[in-house]
Ligand binder design. Structure first.
Ligand SMILES: Cc1cc2nc3c(=O)[nH]c(=O)nc-3n(C[C@H](O)[C@H](O)[C@H](O)COP(=O)(O)O)c2cc1C
Ligand code: SF4
Ligand code: FES
Length: 546
């Protein structure tokens, strides 16, 4: 396969497109609301209306406004104008939507593609989401897919690729925000003399475990645009000198797993994965490893243990995976969204990417907007976008006449940000300063009916259940913290209990082995910082009796 063949596939795909495109979301959210049948009925209605020559129905990935799914978009080919968005479409609505093509009015609910939920978005990671058919490689190739990989293999040295990613300022989207280029450079240079690691083989891993409550960004990216992640992994493998990749994904994501399997098969068939990719000397194979859904298996050392067939529990670092990872070999591990950013960085350049976002947080971030908010779904915004804009303008604020109280970011490792701090920009540093963190991108909005002690207790229960039990501070500490939070919530706690809670949080944070235990107290810290009065209100009646 050379560039001419790649372009030929793209041209053929574009040429075969019919004048009217009907896109029906077949990502998990809409699938669960019967969108597969909607798609089928749309196809049948096109045939009944004799419009097969003009109209094409395509199953696409997430169109982002998941709360109003199943979504269907009708758009004319080759126009810049917005299409028509239909919301909450049922199979029975299909004939009526097709009849609009002959000028008949419909009562099917229409959405507004010019509403702030869409207009404030900057789709880079989600560029193809809701547009390409995730089950056809040709569709991805027609959207400039695999051009970056071709360019890298033909025109760039591995060191130049690492340098480009470094210059782009991309930071890992899996939670901690570690600079991606620095990580790639470490794996590329790994000699294997530290900690007994061997350098004759290297591995690349995609972390698609995504266990945070409320987070569904990575699942959506994989369901909507799986080739984008494969391309990012292949570029990474070339840059660091690896020939084998693994995607670690939880069994609860069957649609994503299915689409990944199809995508890998299709890429292998075209010689885009496998041996001598694009007729170069670069070989790269990707296999999928399915996890059983333990949150701790998203932690990189536990994840690697699980791939090795061992129990998925964390190990102390150092050594870091970059030096001694899978089976002791240098291993690059990045998140789904991190890989999904790579091909646009190569295609459009490091400077383009670095021009988006803030001084220290470059590019965009995908968030799964959920909770007590009018519009829930996926948003991708430039780093630095104020929380106010996300919650009030894009999310449409809190429904039912209630008032927004806080936003929880970063999952169980993150914290709650009060509405009074919503003018803060969303970037790694600002969220940390506020006592929360970016995390992988879950964003849960809470209204004034939410009790913040309940929130802290919910996340502590999650950590307690998900603790692997390997180290005592986390195994025992999370249980004790959960008991104390329950005591407070039930109005049975004293001030001494509150002091003990804070002391214990500090101990668990500083003595736990891995990030799960180290960050488990974060929701307690942040709710105590901003909503201490709610804790005190629950304690006061008991203390007054004593
Ligand atoms: C308890 C725990 C769970 C984690 N879960 C995930 C996860 O689901 N996905 C992910 O990409 N990173 C997760 N991480 C972070 C990974 O350990 C690792 O830092 C990340 O995959 C690196 O990728 P990045 O540099 O692209 O962010 C988790 C960390 C901890 C401590
Ligand atoms: S901190 Fe918790 S999850 Fe991590 S190793 Fe210790 S017990 Fe396991
Ligand atoms: S899953 Fe269909 S719009 Fe998100």
């Amino acid at each position: 396969m050379d560039i001419a063949e790649l372009q030929e596939i793209a041209q053929k795909e574009r040429f075969s497109e019919k004048p009217v495109q009907i896109r029906c979301c077949v990502a998990a959210g809409c699938l669960s609301a019967n969108s597969q049948t909607v798609k089928q009925r749309l196809e049948e209605s096109v045939t009944s209306a004799g419009l097969e020559a003009q109209v094409q129905v395509t199953g696409v990935g997430c169109m982002r406004l998941c709360c109003n799914g199943p979504l269907v978009e009708v758009k004319e080919k080759n126009t810049d104008s917005l299409g028509t968005l239909y919301e909450k479409v049922t199979p029975e609505d299909a004939p009526s939507i097709i009849a609009t093509l002959n000028g008949v009015e419909t009562t099917v609910q229409k959405g507004d593609l010019a509403q702030p939920f869409f207009t404030y978005q900057m789709p880079i990671v989600l560029e193809n989401s809701g547009k390409v058919d995730p089950e056809r490689i040709q569709s991805y190739i027609a959207a400039k897919g695999y051009q970056a990989l071709y360019h890298v293999l033909r025109e760039m040295t591995p060191a130049e690729v690492v340098e480009t990613v470094t210059r782009s300022g991309l930071r890992g989207r899996g939670g901690a925000g570690y600079p991606t280029g620095v990580k790639w450079a470490t794996v590329a240079k790994a000699k294997g003399d530290a900690y007994g690691a061997r350098s004759d083989r290297k591995f690349v891993i995609c972390n698609a475990d995504e266990g945070d409550p409320g987070a569904f960004m990575d699942r959506s990216v994989l369901e909507s645009d799986p080739h984008r992640v494969l391309e990012g992994m292949a570029i990474a493998a070339y840059a660091v000198g690896a020939n084998q990749g693994y995607i670690y994904i939880r069994a609860e994501y069957p649609v994503a797993i299915n689409r990944l399997q199809t995508a890998i098969r299709q890429a292998q068939r075209l010689g885009i994965l496998g041996s001598q990719i694009f007729d170069s000397r670069f070989d790269f194979k990707i296999d999928i490893r399915i996890g059983a859904g333990a949150y701790v298996c998203g932690e990189e050392t536990a994840l690697m243990a699980s791939i090795e067939g061992k129990r998925g529990t964390p190990n102390p670092r150092p050594p870091y995976p970059a030096e001694s990872g899978l089976w002791g070999y240098p291993t690059l591990i990045n998140n789904v969204e991190t890989y999904a950013n790579i091909s646009p960085i190569i295609r459009k350049g490091a400077d383009w990417f670095a021009s988006i976002g803030t001084e220290k947080s470059k590019g965009t971030k995908v968030f799964a907007l959920a909770g007590k908010i009018r519009y829930t779904g996926l948003i991708e915004v430039p780093m630095g976008t104020p929380l106010q804009r996300i919650v009030e303008e894009m999310g449409g604020g809190v429904p039912d006449g209630r008032v927004v109280k806080a936003v929880q970011t970063g999952g169980p490792s993150g914290g709650c940000i009060p509405a009074s701090a919503f003018d803060s920009p969303v970037d790694y540093e600002s969220l940390t300063q506020l006592g929360s963190m970016m995390g992988s991108g879950g964003m849960i909005v809470m209204d004034d009916s939410t009790n913040m002690v309940d929130v802290a207790r919910f996340f502590m229960e999650f950590c307690m259940d998900e603790s692997c039990g390997k180290c005592i501070p986390c195994r025992v500490g999370t249980v004790q913290l959960h008991q104390l939070l329950t005591k407070i919530r039930e109005g049975k706690a004293s001030m001494a209990d509150l002091e003990l809670l804070e002391e214990l949080c500090d101990m668990v944070k500083h003595t736990s082995l891995c990030g799960l235990g180290q960050s488990a107290p974060n929701p307690v810290f942040s709710t105590l910082r901003y909503f201490r009065d709610e804790y005190l209100a629950l304690i006061a009646p008991v203390t007054s009796k004593t």
